[in-house]
Design a protein around this ligand. Structure first.
Ligand SMILES: Nc1ncnc2c1ncn2[C@@H]1O[C@H](COP(=O)(O)OP(=O)(O)O)[C@@H](O)[C@H]1O
Ligand SMILES: [Mg+2]
Length: 255
């Protein structure tokens, strides 16, 4: 039995006085990767932002426990300090901030220290990034794939325990999805057995193509703000590929 890292119980969330999520229960164990599937507008990004603690997303019910501590009322900064890491769907470009300097901060190195530490350099090489890349402004003029890969690089430097990815495969060429997936596997310690992995993940995806390359332990389907079903990722994906999400609606009605 794996130890639980994140426990979401009976969550309901409002945005601009409109209820977007309700009855959401989700339990993620240490070292596990869960995947959240669902059609556009189902509320996937809303759940992402809520877990991150953005004030616009108002909890009207439920609680969120992380590492055994109630974080329901904690700020985003406190959650990140406790070990939350995120890869945004559309991270902003930051003019005037070099990726190398941001990486140093994320790795806990002082910005003024001129040299990038050997440890950090090892991470950069692990992801096969060109060193010149570190001199560029964060995300400015990066291709879709480079933006996503720079998010993964930053997460490797930051070393969080729980990482959420909002549609990491969106805007990435099909041939680059495999490369991105390999990097996500490195980040989530996929080369180690479940009990030895340090990091857990929640991977949000609309189409699930990336799951051909990233293994998930459990899948959940979010439909209209509720978890319609949870279970074996390959079985659920096979059903969705055959029947689309409409099969999930019918499956919901049967329960
Ligand atoms: N800022 C907002 N104000 C009002 N409604 C919003 C806002 N953001 C999202 N929504 C609504 O919440 C629902 C879920 O959106 P979202 O979480 O982005 O879905 P997904 O990520 O699954 O595509 C949609 O109906 C959307 O219109
Ligand atoms: Mg979304």
């Amino acid at each position: 039995m794996v130890k639980l890292l994140l426990e979401i119980t009976d969550l309901a969330v409002e945005v601009n006085n409109k209820e977007i999520l309700s009855d959401v229960d989700l339990y993620i164990g240490k070292g596990e990767t869960h995947v959240l599937l669902g059609p556009n507008g189902a509320g996937k990004s809303t759940l992402f932002m809520t877990l991150l603690g953005f004030p616009k997303y108002k909890l009207t019910r439920g609680e969120i426990i992380f590492k055994g501590e109630d974080i329901t009322n904690m700020s985003t900064t406190e959650r990140v300090k406790m070990g939350f890491g995120v890869s945004f769907q559309n991270p902003p470009a930051i003019r005037g901030v070099k990726l190398g300097d941001l990486l140093k901060l994320e790795h806990g190195e002082r910005e003024e220290s001129q040299e990038i530490s050997p440890e950090l350099m090892e991470i950069v090489r692990k992801l096969k990034f060109d060193e010149n890349f570190l001199e560029r402004d964060v995300n400015l003029g990066f291709s879709g794939g480079e933006v996503k890969r720079s998010e993964i690089l930053q997460l490797l430097a930051q070393e969080p325990d729980f990482i959420m990815f909002d549609e990491p495969d969106s805007g990435v060429d099909i041939e680059n999805v495999e490369l991105l997936a390999e990097e996500i596997n490195i980040l989530l310690d996929k080369d180690k057995k479940l009990g030895r992995r340090k990091k857990s993940g929640l991977l949000i995806t609309h189409l699930g193509y990336i799951l051909n390359f990233v293994g998930a332990d459990t899948a959940h389907v979010l439909m209209d703000g509720r978890i319609a079903c949870s279970g074996n990722p390959s079985e659920i994906l096979e059903d969705i590929r055959k029947e689309g999400f409409k099969g999930c609606i019918e499956c919901c009605r049967m329960h």
